[in-house]
Design a protein around this ligand. Structure first.
Ligand code: SF4
Ligand code: SF4
Length: 167
């Protein structure tokens, strides 16, 4: 299973964020790969994938039904923001922006196993002790305030009576 396979059942970020980038990425004379006819100007420097600047957004290059089965029709030519957008857990951590786009489409956050096909190993737990010696008897019977440890029991002092005070 490849991590990006999870995206083939999603597509939420392509219909949530504006995919904008420097115009030269859509200029073939400058080595740009993005088909210019699929972009629209944003300002002097930026263009966006058509549809992602709309409200509600949806990229013109996205085909399929979000949350079920989708694909990017220009996957090999997609612009830098799309290449750099990481599916959750790609680097071992969730991507809050991935989670946010999915939530907007009523989809739950991806779990590690949804992306990698196996459960995450917990490396934070300390290892179990091997043949640890048994604690000596009574070692945990520490004295407490107002009491005296004795054979694993706590004996509280007897409060003075009024008779003994008078004497
Ligand atoms: S929102 Fe996340 S899971 Fe969905 S297509 Fe984008 S990167 Fe993939
Ligand atoms: S170009 Fe492809 S990856 Fe980028 S927003 Fe459009 S459909 Fe999604």
């Amino acid at each position: 299973m490849r991590p990006e396979d999870a995206c083939l059942k999603c597509g939420a970020c392509c219909a949530y964020y504006r995919a904008s980038f420097y115009w030269s990425e859509a200029d073939p004379t400058l080595g740009g790969s993005v088909p210019p006819e699929l972009t629209t100007p944003i300002d002097l420097f930026l263009v966006a994938m058509k549809g992602t600047e709309a409200n509600p957004p949806r990229c013109i290059a996205l085909h399929g039904k979000i949350g079920e089965s989708v694909h990017c029709t220009i996957y090999e030519q997609r612009p830098s923001p799309c290449r750099e957008f990481a599916v959750s857990w790609l680097d071992g951590r969730p991507n809050p922006r991935c989670d946010q786009a999915r939530a907007a489409w009523g989809l739950p956050p991806l779990r590690f196993e949804d992306v990698w096909g196996f459960a995450q190993i917990d490396l934070t737990s300390p290892p179990l002790p091997i043949d640890a010696p048994a604690a000596p008897s009574g070692a945990l019977s520490l004295p407490v305030d107002g009491g005296v440890a004795k054979g694993g029991e706590t004996e509280l002092p007897t409060p003075p009576t009024s008779t003994s005070q008078a004497a």
